[in-house]
Design a protein around this ligand. Structure first.
Ligand code: DAH
Length: 378
């Protein structure tokens, strides 16, 4: 009688023609081989469940059917071998099914952790945070130098009244020097008291500072200033200054020039020399213009390639900034006693110094935000 392996468990041993222990054993061996083949295909949770139900299912699982159809009705002579073989098969099926379950579960867990794993050795997201603009870098360099010799840093408003920008600095209304500072006046809403203007220099902060503090005063004041200048290689409607002011009971012209010389040497290098020439500012007396020995030709006036140095035009000197001893008239505006105090002031163009130090020939480069320029000063 030919019966397919799959269906043998639904028939009795008698029907299958198994009369000897050997035949029983070979039927069990056949069944075990079938289980092993089935188990090999149980690779997922779904196919594992199907395997378990097919073999261990309570009502119609293979082992239940074998118990019902082979063991229970078996002849007393074969019962022992059938029982022993069934137990052995059951133990094998139980163990294999459990082993499969563990394998499938741990594989699923491994895939899940692999998916969630954070690789700490990866470079991560690097955000482009940029860097300090060259103007800011130079400004800080200048601040640091003055800070190191006892100056503190203060700031003031960019919108000013004519009083602070001009009058209190000894520049009365019809003074011709106002013509040098073509000024942006603000259009104000009706009823707002004016006039107001964008400061043309940082000097008004001298006045604010002296109104608030009594001598000794030693401050530097960085900030933006505005003028109605047409843009070209050396002019911009907005640029940067750092104002300096030192007032005390016994400040001399020597203190003044010594301080400036110290600053210039710190900023450009110890080999750079300074000199001053007479100049004019309404708020200083005497007023000077400070020069540095040309940092491009070393003060020789001759370019390294020969011929006249293009930067100082052969003079050997480069103009740096204006300065002077504070005009006693200014003290009158802030209720300092000009007989008791003296001091000096200076107004450095930050953009100009940055251009000189870093060899930049167009002030516009600072404000165009071209990354090819900015990246050169990381
Ligand atoms: N405020 C002047 C300007 O913007 C620069 C200046 C010159 C400032 C002399 C000073 C000074 O404090 O003493 O042109």
């Amino acid at each position: 009688m030919s019966t397919t392996t799959e269906l043998k468990q639904t028939q009795t041993l008698g029907a299958l023609g198994a009369k000897s222990a050997e035949q029983v054993l070979s039927l069990f061996a056949e069944l075990r081989a079938r289980f092993d083949a089935d188990a090999g295909t149980a690779t997922s949770e779904v196919s594992w469940k199907a395997l378990r139900d097919a073999w261990l299912g309570r009502k119609s699982g293979v082992l239940t059917l074998v118990t019902d159809n082979w063991l229970k009705p078996s002849s007393p002579e074969l019962k022992r071998v059938v029982g022993a073989s069934l137990n052995e098969l059951r133990a094998h099926v139980d163990a294999q099914i459990e082993e499969r379950r563990v394998a499938i579960e741990s594989r699923a867990q491994a895939t899940a952790t692999a998916k969630d794993r954070v690789d700490l050795s990866l470079p991560g997201v690097i955000r482009p945070i940029g860097s300090h603009h060259l103007i800011r870098q130079v400004l800080q360099e200048i601040e640091d130098i003055f800070f190191s010799i006892g100056f503190s840093i203060v700031e003031g408003p960019e919108i000013e009244t004519p009083y602070y920008n001009f009058e209190a600095l000894n520049i009365p209304e019809h003074h011709p020097v106002r013509d040098d500072m073509d000024t942006f006046y603000l259009e104000l809403p009706k009823g707002v008291p004016g006039p107001l203007l964008l400061r043309t220099h940082t000097s008004p902060v001298q006045i604010h500072t002296m109104e608030k503090r009594q001598p000794p005063v030693r401050v530097v004041v960085p900030g933006k200033v505005y003028r109605r200048d047409n843009p070209d290689a050396t002019h911009s409607f907005m640029f940067h200054q750092i104002e300096g002011l030192a007032v005390d009971s016994d400040i001399t012209f020597c203190d003044f020039t010594g301080t400036i010389d110290y600053f210039v040497k710190q900023f450009f290098g110890a080999s750079v020399k300074t000199r001053f020439r007479p100049s004019y500012f309404p708020f200083t007396e005497p007023s000077v213009e400070f020069d540095a020995s040309c940092i491009f030709c070393g003060g020789s006036g001759t370019a390294s390639a020969g011929g006249v140095c293009g930067k100082c035009k052969g003079a050997g000197w480069i103009e740096l900034f204006g300065a002077g001893m504070v005009d006693p008239a200014v003290y009158g505006f802030v209720n300092y006693d000009p007989k008791k105090v003296s001091g000096f002031a200076f107004g450095i163009g930050i953009d100009r110094l940055a251009m000189l130090k870093y060899g930049i020939d167009d002030i516009q480069a600072f404000f165009q935000n071209d990354v090819r320029f900015l990246r050169q000063f990381p």
